[in-house]
Design a protein around this ligand. Sequence first.
Ligand code: GDP
Length: 313
Amino acid sequence: MNLRNVAIIAHVDHGKTTLVDKLLAQSGAVRDNQRVAERALDSNELERERGITILAKATSVVWNDTRINIVDTPGHADFGGEVERILNMVDGAIILVDASEGPMPQTKFVLGKALKVGLRPIVAINKIDRPDERHQEVLNEIFDLFVSLDATEEQLDFPVVYGSGRAGWMAEEPSGMDESRGLQPLFDLILSHVPEPRTGSVDEPFRMIGTILEANPFLGRIITGRIQSGKLRSNQSVKVLSRDGDLIENGRISKILAFRGLERQPIDYAEAGDIVAIAGLAKGTVADTFCDPQVTEPLHAQPIDPPTVTMTF
Ligand code: GDP
């Protein structure tokens, strides 16, 4: 199946949760009881280990034979390092901005980092149904914000959709004439504007940077990340290398979990590009490299190369 990994960035209350719920509902990937199941998996106990908290949640939807992993980004400046790691795991970003409030500090903070790692965001101007909406001014403010954050020409050429997450529609024009298409314009934009995962080959050895650490009451320590190269099967032997290349541990994967709707479901196989959570290791943590025993060099999160543009005349 084709794959897209995208971050969603919004200031608190600009409608991120509501929009993701509607994306799920319209992709037909969710049942009502899934939200409950997801909550049941939350745990707050071991999260505090080394000051690391659960910082990101991911949702996965399927649209036109493409799995879209949507990763939430914490907006608080205290989580700068984590935000960068999360943004390094995706290939695109949706910047969701309230059509009345305009861009706010959290929008700016995370957008700045997204631009720095080379992502080309999609702008979604939300809550267009508000009586005090001012989408044109807000669009100008967003453009100015991109400029002030040193966006490249390509990043400045961002696509825009307008709409109401709560009413379940986004369209290329703010008039609302196109509401009947629901969120299709946004889904289509994700497929066309966000590149496929920019990862290594499935034929190389398995490598993944730990991005999110959490604790699960049944599975213990869980590390989420995007597989950078190779394949992963449950029961596979892996080793963990620190950023400096020191061996942290040798171990075995006891479980691979993939995001399916709001739930995480066990899977037997995953490959380069996929975002998965793995269990079974005792020490490996964020920024460590989880890899095949034959790998000797750790991975380092790199800014994404600016996409190559082919000009056609
Ligand atoms: P989050 O903090 O970004 O996750 O925001 P929520 O999704 O929780 O939404 C915050 C508030 O905005 C809630 O009261 C929502 O009902 C409201 N909201 C979300 N989407 C819309 C919308 O499209 N229009 C309007 N008017 N309100 C919305």
